[in-house]
Write a protein that binds this ligand. Structure first.
Ligand code: MLT
Ligand code: MN
Ligand code: ZN
Length: 305
């Protein structure tokens, strides 16, 4: 199984268009140790030839241009990506679907029922696409049954409901239902290897910890370093956990959770907000992650399992 990180940043990307924080200012100025990042998306493949897209970022066209695995190989039109799986209905995970409208046949799009509701009501993008390529909606089961999205159908995909947050436009924003956000386990039956992917994760409960412990690699929420990161910068009144993200530092934080995993599990943070000090490779926070054996995903990162 191959995993390609198309976009490693959280919503807004890095730098964010209107942000003048130290990281965003630094990366614009070409400061050493800071790398630009596009918004949250990965692609998964069994064979490295055909792929399943997980989340459709607003930066998708740039991401596809930089990843030859998506380029057409035969005929006049084509794409290495054969279907799309969505982990939630957030803007940074769905807006790229508009950019895929030129497809000549309906896109297989795998979502839970609550995400399908949000994407046909509050943000009716899946209805809009009916006027272009069309949508072949496929249900993501929440009971642990495996599903087989096109492009990597020989892999076993499993979803679990997560505590995170539905988008601000969703009727479920303050009233979460199972399936607003999911974590994905993808298993390669050929090797027995598995990856766990959860870019939005507010709480590591027992079920999530079990899924993480039985994976060979976890790619999990790296949005914020501190729970009050946006508050202390004066950018928001909300804590990380209020908007569905478990911060890395502090008691019960992601670093502590990852330290409980079996030693062999590869630990990767993904969906990193532009304010997060770990983006600066020379920061003390980044050094703390490295010392804890935790990697920070970057655009173009490839993981083979
Ligand atoms: C999130 O991950 O909390 C959202 O994607 C934020 C956003 O809308 O950009
Ligand atoms: Mn996001
Ligand atoms: Zn910033």
């Amino acid at each position: 199984m191959k995993i390609r990180v198309l976009g490693s940043a959280a919503g807004g990307g890095f730098p964010q268009w209107n942000c003048n924080c130290a990281n965003c200012r630094g990366v614009r100025a070409g400061q050493a140790g800071l790398q630009r990042r596009t918004q949250s998306s990965i692609a998964v493949s069994a064979d490295g030839a055909k792929w399943t897209l997980v989340n459709a970022s607003p930066d998708i066209l740039q991401q596809f241009q930089q990843f030859a695995g998506t380029w057409p190989t035969e005929g006049l039109r084509g794409c290495g990506i054969e279907s799309v799986v969505l982990v939630d209905a957030q803007i940074d995970h769905t807006t790229g679907l508009y950019m895929l409208r030129e497809k000549g046949s309906p896109w297989p799009i795998w979502t839970t029922d609550p995400v399908f509701e949000d994407l046909t009501r509050g943000n009716p993008i899946l209805h809009l696409l009916e006027h272009y390529c069309g949508v072949d909606r496929q249900p993501v089961p929440l009971d642990g049954r495996s599903f087989h999205p096109q492009g990597s159908a020989s892999l076993d995909w499993r979803a679990m409901p997560l505590l995170s947050a539905a988008p601000p436009y969703s009727p479920h924003r303050g009233n979460p239902v199972p399936g607003d956000n999911i974590g994905l386990t993808v298993i390669d039956p050929a090797s027995g290897k598995r990856v766990f992917y959860a870019p939005g994760l507010a709480e590591v409960d027992d079920a999530v910890f079990d899924a993480m412990s039985s994976a060979d690699c976890v790619m999990v929420d790296g949005t914020f370093w501190t729970d009050d990161e946006m508050i202390s910068l004066g950018l928001s009144k909300k804590r990380a956990r209020d908007i569905g993200h478990l911060a890395q530092s502090g008691p019960g934080g992601m670093i502590e959770q990852l330290s409980r995993l079996p030693r062999h599990v590869r630990r990767v943070l993904i969906h990193i907000n532009n304010t997060n000090p770990i983006l600066d490779e020379s920061s003390a926070e980044r050094a703390a992650l490295t010392a804890a054996g935790i990697e920070v995903a970057y655009d173009g990162m490839e993981i083979a399992l």
